[in-house]
Design a protein around this ligand. Sequence first.
Ligand code: 3HC
Length: 282
Amino acid sequence: MSIDRIGVVGGGQMGGGIAEVAARTGVDVVVREADAALASAARSRVEKSLARAVERGKLAEDERDAALSRLSYTTSVGDFDGCGLIVEAIPEDLAAKEEVFRALDGVAGPDAVLATNTSSIPIMRIALATGRPESVVGLHFFNPVPVMELVEVIPSLATSEETVARAVGFAEALGKRVVRAPDRAGFIVNALLVPFLLDAVRMYEAGHATAEDIDTGLRYGANHPMGPLALCDLIGNDTMLGVADAMHAETHLPHHAAPQLLRRMVEAGRLGRKAGRGFYDY
Ligand code: 3HC
């Protein structure tokens, strides 16, 4: 059964990207934001991204118009009726995610897949906020969503195979490559990527090298598309800190512990690209 209407909770960097990709693929999308101002800002970001795709010759004007006509915005999860899949993409705060999933449990149809784009919180823990943990699954997209091909599908111990199959089918219909990842700290990609990025922050914090030299080293010495500190700025240093804290709380491994500098930068509002300042100025 194909999924032709979805709900997205949170229209930020990740939720907006998921909404855009789904609308471009022909799926009707309802995005829920906390209030009207945030909903309007979320819509503008997707409009801008679609306009850029048209400018770069990647999208025809009529395709942009069709994608925009499939996108609607709301402040109420009550508008998710008829959604075959609802994906939560709010910040990494377990209590906030539990509140969202309790609300979704009350409004989603009995066959709906309830997905979370969490980077680091165990899917099992989020699923327990609902009375239907078999329908809850991790659907982890990568930033920027329109560009990055991968989606991790993460079943918890309670997720049914039918839910997994529907989540995989949905991600593949969006043109993504899917890997099935375990419900363990960092799943597959962040379990490897985040310790590496944190080590780059530690190297910079220790005065071992400049940010530019660390990034140039990895770009031209290891062919990474961007250096690790620039990537922290792209992901968002607040997101990086949230992921590191969640991984460290699970594993207590020293290489999952957030460097103090990362915490101080978040406290100072140096969140990366979205804030205009992080390891670099934008
Ligand atoms: N939306 C849509 N398209 C975008 C985009 C965006 N936000 N950003 C870049 N693009 C497109 C551009 O349009 C361009 O397309 P074209 O080549 O067809 O014209 C292409 O991507 C390349 O962009 P640029 O030429 O502007 O810049 P770069 O070549 O430096 O690429 C990048 C930018 C795609 C971000 C690249 O540097 C990259 O792949 N970086 C690594 C990103 C990464 O590792 N992401 C994963 C982060 S981890 C994560 O998300 C998990 C979470 O849980 C923490």
